[in-house]
Design a protein around this ligand. Structure first.
Ligand code: SF4
Length: 674
């Protein structure tokens, strides 16, 4: 008889998702096996359920593709052939190679490439201390949120918005460019409550998806044309006299200049540019304004265009025209992250950067392909952690070509043998969120949380920060914060006078798991002040309308929005989730576009952009707006018919503000297979 000693432990989900769920892990202590993940019923946002993805975390935690020991390359780069080595050997050899690189080329020849594969501050951001102590090149982390951040900061200053727990009080909800049923699952119960309370929910998105079907109405919009619709709505609101003159006068700057631009956006012009019928523009605007407690829940998808930051600004300024911020549940929400006013002075060696007379070389992660293939002087040593650039970064052709360079020394810290690990000189097994302690903020609610390590690591997996501390010792780095443990870092982060963190201690977090920031119930931001230089909500300068245009050679715009069963490339190797997505990546093509390109439902075709080509199975569907093709999910390369990821098609061009990625703006065409 096999004995099982099952223990339950509370943890916070570490993934790049606004929900930052509180979860209950069931662990068999005898075999050190994660048996089950469930949602924590105590957490006001999680409400007792996880998502379809994270219910599968036990499979991920114990997957055959999880590296359990340090691995050293034995084959050619790209082959993914390794031998097991001890930690001592791996760390000594890596430190030796680093010494050589720095000795010959200087510390800026070293680059960390990292992102939000885990959101815990210790394992997400604190590893950067090592690189800042070295004086390495600095990665600009632009792949997701910088355009949105810039848009919000220029408009409102403070990066927070409506309390999600107040969503049920909203009377009209625009889900604008967000497929929340895929990406923000725990918004759904709040939306349902709002609907029970009488709210109408409208989804604005270029393609019909799960969220469109949940909403009361779906408005299809041409990708990248959101600013035009927002201006058209602003014009209609003011023409109807539904703007809040008192709020505008008291709380905003630049309204007149904004409205001068809006005046040019007649409903007919908006229709011509956005594809949204003129009467819909007016009806939507009036409904939004008359509801008073109207809410715009948006996200970063609509920023992934050359004019993405301006478009987002135009959208999020609408509640400032109607004064919606003054009504419970009214306003806008992009992120809550700015409310976590932690003392970040020592996080990731921020103090080391601040003390430098000149900043180190900056490398934009959206352009990592060009950086690895063309940057002078070249990057000679690359450390990848919490990310999978071979698949998730644009220009996969350049990224993979760069990773193949014989003169590039690459170390990958990972929880799964991803495509990127195939190019590594060393793969170092990383712990999962169950195996290391960490502090978690959130960007979809106002709860801070603490995870203990609730099970021993699988194999010889180690936390990222352990690896960098070991390397730091070998390289003789004296920076004390490099050697902090998670508790020391957490105490430093909590060492602040900010009233929203008053009384929140590590001891309380340890006892309770998660704590709400001291944000008052009925929180109504931007009714008294904004965090901008003027202290007001800033309409100035008026957002530009920069459209995403196809070309005669590539007349379709490719969208690559999130899939339900993956989170970026996390979970892309979990077979049941791959099957949940249909087994292979599929391209949605509008029937008229299908006719124009000779596409047949179920057949495979070439999809070509100016950067490259992939083969995909076509699904002819009314879901996308005409002229737009949609491929949901950042799939791993293996399930694709040609073994190529979708980012073989996407380019490195940047957003108008924030130097962000533009994944949803790439022109493509379809061709029959030879
Ligand atoms: S991925 Fe998001 S919804 Fe799923 S468990 Fe994690 S935080 Fe919750």
């Amino acid at each position: 008889m096999v004995l099982m000693t099952v223990r339950k432990a509370r943890v916070t989900c570490p993934l790049d998702c606004p929900d930052a769920c509180s979860l209950i892990a069931s662990i068999d202590e005898e075999s050190n096996t994660l048996l089950k993940i469930e949602g924590d019923p105590r957490h006001p946002i999680t409400q007792g359920f996880a998502c379809v993805k994270t219910y599968r975390y036990p499979e991920r935690n114990h997957h055959p593709l999880r590296p359990l020991y340090p691995l050293r390359r034995v084959g050619k780069k790209g082959e993914g052939r390794f031998e097991r080595v001890s930690w001592e050997t791996a760390l000594d050899e890596i430190a030796g190679r680093l010494r050589e690189v720095i000795g010959a080329h200087g510390p800026e020849a070293v680059l960390p490439y990292h992102y939000a594969g885990t959101m815990g501050l210790m394992q997400y951001e604190h590893p950067l201390t090592f690189f800042r102590a070295l004086g390495a090149s600095e990665l600009q982390t632009t792949i997701c949120a910088t355009a949105g951040r810039e848009a919000w900061v220029r408009s409102y200053g403070d990066r927070y918005g409506v309390d999600p727990e107040d969503v049920p009080q909203a009377r009209f909800i625009l889900l604008w460019g967000i497929n929340s049923l895929h990406t923000h699952t725990h918004l759904t119960p709040l939306l349902k409550k709002a609907r029970q309370n009488g709210a109408r929910i409208v989804h604005i998105d270029p393609y019909e998806n799960l969220t469109s079907r949940f909403a009361d109405e779906h408005i299809k919009i041409r990708p990248g044309s959101d600013a035009a619709l927002a201006y058209g709505m602003a014009r209609a609101i003011v023409k109807a006299g539904l703007h809040d003159r008192a709020y505008i006068a008291r709380m905003t700057t630049g309204f007149e200049a904004f409205m001068q631009v809006a005046e040019e956006w007649t409903p007919q012009r908006v229709e011509a540019v956005t594809g949204v019928a003129a009467e819909t523009v007016e009806r939507l605007a009036l409904e939004f304004a008359r509801a008073r407690a109207s809410l715009i829940r948006t996200s970063y998808g609509l920023t992934r265009h050359p004019g993405g930051a301006s478009a987002l600004r135009a959208v999020i300024l609408l509640p400032a025209i109607t004064g919606a911020w003054q009504h419970p549940g009214g306003g806008a929400l992009l992120t809550t992250s700015g409310a976590f006013a932690l003392n970040r002075r020592y996080l990731g060696g921020a103090h080391l950067l601040a003390a430098r007379p000149t900043p180190p070389r900056q490398v934009n992660m959206t352009q990592i392909g060009s950086a690895l293939t063309a940057l002078e002087p070249p990057i000679r040593a690359l450390f990848v952690f919490n990310s999978n650039p071979a698949v998730v970064a644009p220009r996969s052709d350049l990224v993979q070509k760069g990773l193949l360079r014989d003169d590039l020394f690459t170390v990958v810290l990972e929880q799964a043998l991803t495509e990127t690990t195939r190019y590594a000189d060393y793969v170092l097994p990383a712990t999962t969120f169950l195996e290391h302690p960490d502090l978690y903020t959130a960007y979809g609610h106002y709860y801070l949380s603490w995870n203990e390590a609730v099970m021993p690591p699988q194999g010889e997996a180690r936390p990222n920060t352990w690896v960098f501390a070991e390397l730091g010792q070998r390289l003789g780095l004296k920076e004390p914060t490099l050697y902090w443990d998670a508790e020391t870092l957490a105490r430093s982060l909590l060492d602040t006078d900010h009233p929203w963190l008053k009384g929140i201690t590590l001891e309380r977090l340890k006892a309770e798991g998660f704590l709400r920031l001291n944000i008052p119930r009925g929180f109504q931001p931007f009714t008294e002040r904004a965090g901008t230089p003027s202290g007001k909500v800033q309409f100035d300068p008026p957002p530009q309308v920069i459209l995403t245009e196809p070309t005669p050679e590539f007349p379709l715009i490719l969208l690559t929005p999130p899939a339900k069963h993956f989170l970026n490339s996390t979970y892309g190797h979990i077979e049941r989730l791959v099957q949940g997505e249909g087994g292979e990546p599929t391209l949605l093509v509008h029937p008229e576009d299908a006719r124009a390109f000779g596409a047949v439902d179920g057949a495979r075709m070439w999809v070509r952009s100016q950067h490259g080509s992939v083969v995909r199975r076509v699904r002819v569907s009314e879901a996308p707006i005409r002229g737009t093709v949609v491929l949901e999910g950042t799939w791993w390369e293996k399930p694709a018919p040609d073994g190529r990821g979708i980012n073989w098609l996407t380019g490195e061009h940047l957003t108008d503000m924030g130097e962000g990625s533009t994944f949803h703006s790439n022109p493509v065409r379809l061709e029959a297979l030879d």
